[in-house]
Ligand binder design. Structure first.
Ligand SMILES: Cc1cc2nc3c(=O)[nH]c(=O)nc-3n(C[C@H](O)[C@H](O)[C@H](O)COP(=O)(O)OP(=O)(O)OC[C@H]3O[C@@H](n4cnc5c(N)ncnc54)[C@H](O)[C@@H]3O)c2cc1C
Length: 673
């Protein structure tokens, strides 16, 4: 096992120019189960450990007091622990389960199972599942059980990105926006945990409906994992207890290191996605009013497949107001499950061809190396070109095209004495620009200042850095001339409006499940870096949710008056309840509000801080995401989770309290036995 000492450690979203921790004592790169057991067994009492995946958590969840156990080196310089395993699935499945799976009567909705080491990234997982396995002489499910397991398979739900490791993702409660199902943690059927002291545990869900009488066979598991290299038969234990599994799946690294996990997969499917621009002020009441008797935004249909059930809802609110501070854009995205034949694209764009690597950890040309799937405007089921913003984000350059268009629009308006009102000005200004007539002179100066700024911008400036310069030019609180201040504020809102339109404008897309769900742009080197983000979970039917968004908007208006602005958004996604004891999706219908902004802009971190403080107010009844900014104290966590936290702590106590995995984060948040 490779070990590195006294080296730096940083997270994906930290400022690329600096590292978060300059010198951590030890970073270990295990290659498999035996290494993990050795690390946990041989630690000296003063050394504490913590596992890390892709370092995508924005909280301190993955930060160790001392040694870091890396399951997938974010820089890919050391081989990852990311194999797909066949020794338990199908090797150790209970014979009755194997028999029912082998039968043609096995319901396709029960799907297949995949067993992976914890460092497998989500994009590796969906890429592998989307292959067809003819099982020829292979010890795979298709090889053992027949062609009905040939695949391709997909995952029932995902977050909007695939760069996390699968275990890192479910450990913090990662979720998407599928309101009729739970979080990624709810796909987990079993985990293999190595606890403090080096004992290891196979922890399996009891699911008599699907896997009767139990998923795995004890003797086979013991023969495999009771081997001497794993500490012998006395060092391995099997637990079949849903309470324990529901504690471990969302445990933020506190129970030990999860070596591997078994997840449920479903037959591959496609999704139809429809995105439309609305105004927050028009739709906010539809969210508040949504309840089983009043479906609000949750029961729409598509003409392409009228019987398809809507399953996804996201509302992205632009925090920068327009129309005299009275309105905010809101991009509304809905999704429906459709047959693959109606949306067959996405594989070439998001997975690509096989590109070497071993059978149990293959590489693909596009998985984790591509732009999001963009449809052709007139053919939603076909792949089109990357958007202007995606192209802009592949270089360090800012969207100069967009700002130039804004300048042109202002100049046309000024030169025509207010007669030529472009689409942006018409939307952003009250009464179609009439109110701007008194600002013509000041607007001309603003256009000039923006032009000079564009010429002076460095080619390698990140999006946030450039926007900060533009904002400082436009929102100068010390500008003595009120007309210039008003014109600058107007131009700022116009730019923000255009950026948001280009991100959330109307679009239809139909493609394979992961190509629609995975929205991350892996070629972006400019836009999504140095981000501040908090995610706040509410009961979707609680009016405090709407009050929270309205408060963010009011905060932004106040900031803009003082020369600050958040370049970001508030995104509302909806999920069903999770089984995980301290998973943040605690309600029948949960709304997760992500408040996110680029840290380079003065005003973004302030917005995230404000949102966090408000969310932690005891009267808000909200919960914070474990894998985003999360300064919760033990008292706040106790208040939110109540008896479920007590059950979680009792489960942790069964593993001797696992003190070796305690960290500053877990002690502050009360994640202790
Ligand atoms: C660009 C981006 C997009 C995101 N999108 C979403 C989204 O759509 N929905 C959402 O809910 N969240 C989202 N997140 C948050 C993200 O999913 C979580 O922070 C996730 O936990 C990160 O996974 P990771 O592999 O990077 O784990 P890390 O950040 O490395 O670790 C996260 C936690 O998992 C624990 N852990 C990791 N591996 C193991 C292991 N083998 N055993 C035990 N514990 C382990 C760590 O100790 C830590 O507590 C996003 C984050 C980013 C940066």
């Amino acid at each position: 096992m490779e070990k590195q000492f006294n080296r730096s450690w940083t997270r994906f979203h930290d400022d690329p120019r600096t590292v978060l921790l300059n010198q951590v004592p030890e970073v270990d790169y295990p290659r498999g189960l035996a290494d993990l057991i050795e690390l946990c067994r041989d630690r000296s009492p003063e050394v504490r450990l913590r596992a890390a995946g892709s370092h995508w958590a924005l909280s301190e969840a993955a930060i160790s007091d001392h040694s870091f156990i890396e399951t997938h080196d974010p820089q890919d310089l050391v081989p990852a622990m990311d194999r797909t395993l066949l020794d338990v699935v199908p090797g150790c499945l209970h014979r009755d389960v194997l028999q029912s799976m082998a039968s043609e009567a096995w319901p396709s909705r029960y799907g297949a199972l995949i067993h992976v080491e914890s460092g497998k990234r989500i994009y590796q997982l969906y890429a592998e599942l989307d292959q067809t396995d003819h099982g020829l002489n292979r010890a795979t499910l298709a090889g053992r059980l027949g062609p009905h397991f040939a695949g391709p398979w997909g995952l029932e739900t995902l977050g909007n990105s695939g760069g996390q490791t699968i275990v890192g993702a479910f450990s913090t409660g990662t979720h998407g926006g599928d309101f009729d199902r739970g979080a990624v943690a709810d796909l987990v059927v079993a985990v293999h945990l190595v606890a403090d002291g080096g004992r290891h545990y196979w922890i399996e869900r009891v699911d008599h409906e699907r896997y009767y009488p139990q998923l795995t066979d004890d003797a086979a598991l013991k023969a495999l994992y009771g081997a001497d290299i794993y500490g012998g038969p006395g060092n391995f234990h099997i637990i079949r207890d849903n309470q324990i599994l529901n504690a471990v799946v969302v445990s933020v690294g506190r129970f030990g290191v999860i070596y591997s996990a078994v997840l449920r997969a479903v037959p591959q499917y496609s999704l139809w996605e429809r995105r439309r621009m609305h105004l927050w002020q028009d739709i906010r009441t539809q969210i508040a009013a949504s309840s089983p008797g009043n479906p609000g935004l949750f029961q729409d249909t598509i003409i392409q497949k009228p019987d398809a059930q809507q399953r996804f809802l996201q509302v992205v609110v632009c925090l920068t107001p327009h129309l005299n501070f009275m309105r905010n854009l809101a991009g509304v995205t809905k999704r429906w499950e459709i047959p693959v034949a109606m949306g067959p694209a996405g594989h070439a764009e998001r997975v690509g061809d096989g590109d070497g690597g071993p059978d149990d950890s293959p590489n693909f040309t596009k998985a984790g190396k591509s732009h999001p799937f963009t449809p052709k405007p007139d053919h939603p089921e076909q792949a089109g070109d990357p958007t202007m913003l995606e192209k802009a984000c592949t270089s360090g350059s800012f969207l100069s095209g967009l700002t130039s268009a804004v300048i042109d629009e202002i100049e046309d308006f000024v030169e025509s004495n207010g007669a030529v009102v472009g689409a942006g000005i018409g939307a952003v200004a009250a009464a179609g620009g009439v109110g701007l007539l008194g600002l013509l002179g000041a607007l001309a100066l603003v256009a000039l200042a923006l032009k000079e700024l564009l010429d002076a911008l460095g080619a390698d400036d990140r999006l946030g850095e450039t926007m900060e310069k533009i904002k400082n030019k436009l929102l100068d609180p010390n500008e003595p001339d009120p007309a210039k201040r008003a014109a600058g504020l107007f131009a700022w809102q116009l730019i923000a409006y255009e950026v948001f339109q280009s991100l959330q404008g109307d679009q239809d897309a139909a493609a394979l499940s992961y190509a629609i769900m995975e929205g991350h742009d892996y070629l972006d080197v400019s836009c999504q870096h140095n981000v501040a983000s908090v995610e706040v979970f509410f009961d979707a039917n609680d009016s405090r949710l709407i009050a929270f968004i309205d408060a963010l908007i009011a905060f932004e208006i106040q900031q803009e008056m003082q020369g600050k602005a958040c370049l970001g958004y508030a995104s509302l996604r909806f999920t069903g309840p999770t089984q995980a004891l301290i998973g943040p999706q605690q309600w029948e219908r949960t709304c997760a509000v992500e408040v996110s902004g680029l840290k380079d802009m003065s005003g973004s971190e302030e917005m995230v801080e404000f949102a966090t403080k408000l969310a932690l107010n005891p009267n808000m009844g909200a919960i914070l995401h474990w894998g985003q900014y999360n300064p919760s104290t033990a008292q706040q966590v106790e208040m939110r989770f109540g008896p479920k936290l007590t059950a979680w702590r009792a489960a942790l106590a069964q593993f001797n309290g696992g003190g070796g995995f305690s960290s500053e984060f877990s002690r502050r948040a009360g994640l202790e036995p």
